[in-house]
Structures are given as C-alpha cells and as structure tokens.
Ligand binder design. Structure first.
Ligand SMILES: [Cu+2]
Length: 167
C-alpha cells in the first residue's frame, strides 16, 4: 500500500515535469517564430520587358530578396548597384540614357561593385533570389547591361533601369 502510493507520487511528479517541459517548449515557440520573421528578407519583385524594368520605387531598409521575372522576348538581367551618396535619380537616368557603357556608367554613379545580378530567359522567372541588406536612406540602381547584338546599344540605354529608394 505504502509502495503503491509512493509509486503513484513518483509517476505524478514525472508527468508534472513533462507537462512543465512541454509548456515551456510551446511558450518559447512564439519567440522563435518572431525571431525568424525578423530574419526573413522582404521580397522585391522586378519585372523586365523589352526594354524597361518595373518594380517598387520605395522599400524599407534591412534584408531584402530581389526576384526577377522576364516578360520580354529577349534575354535580360538585373544588376543591383548602390548609388553613390549625393547622386540623384535624375542624374543616373540621364547617364543611362546618354549611352555610357556599363563600366563607365558604374564609375559615374556606383558606390562599389554591384551587389549581384540575376539573369532570366524570355518569358521566365529566375528561381534564384539576390539577397542583400539595404541601407536606409540610400538609392539603388537596378540595370540591364545586356545588348541584343554587339553593335546594338545596352538595354540600359534603351530604358532598362530602375531607381529604388530605401526609406
Ligand atoms: Cu535587358
């Protein structure tokens, strides 16, 4: 009788500890989920046509993932470049339209090398993402520097660029 009672007590104690452990596990989940949510990059979708790039004009700062969909009939890319402080969007647009080739255009307005690039075949979306941390208060230039033919102008000169401001 006495042994049975102490067995029951031991089992009750073990069950209680298991419940406490489970509650602790479940209550810690929302914290885990919110930590993961703050780490998840926000998506920036860029759509290319022949010959333009469309996307948001303004985004929030922090971790971002660029995606590229090509709705055009030609091969296109997006190269993402951080604009040099003090360079205005109007200056960048004018430089792109003046026909400066990519290296000189980059030297004219970029703050360092491109963050990266994504390519997409006609009618396709690149399944990869370009992930980078965007600096608040800065402008990023998204540009396609491809040509249909070596004798043809760069797509940027034809209008394939987009300026993105980070709030
Ligand atoms: Cu292009």
């Amino acid at each position: 009788m006495r042994n049975q009672r102490s067995d029951r007590r031991r089992i009750a104690r073990a069950v209680t500890w298991r419940i406490v452990a489970m509650l602790a596990l479940f209550s810690s989940r929302p914290h885990l989920a919110s930590a993961q949510a703050t780490m998840r990059p926000h998506a920036i979708r860029i759509v290319g046509t022949d010959y333009a790039l469309a996307g948001p004009d303004t985004v929030g700062g922090g971790l971002a993932a660029f995606y590229f969909e090509n709705r055009g009939a030609k091969q296109h890319e997006i190269a993402v470049v951080l604009a040099r402080p003090g360079t205005t969007a109007a200056q960048i647009v004018a430089a792109a339209k003046s026909g400066l080739p990519a290296p000189k255009l980059g030297a004219a307005y970029s703050d360092g090398p491109p963050l990266g690039a994504l390519f997409a075949a006609p009618g396709h979306t690149n399944q990869a993402a370009l992930v980078s941390s965007l600096e608040r208060g800065r402008d990023y230039v998204i540009v396609c520097t491809l040509r249909d033919d070596p004798s043809m102008p760069e797509h940027a000169e034809l209008g394939m660029f987009h300026v993105l401001h980070v709030r």
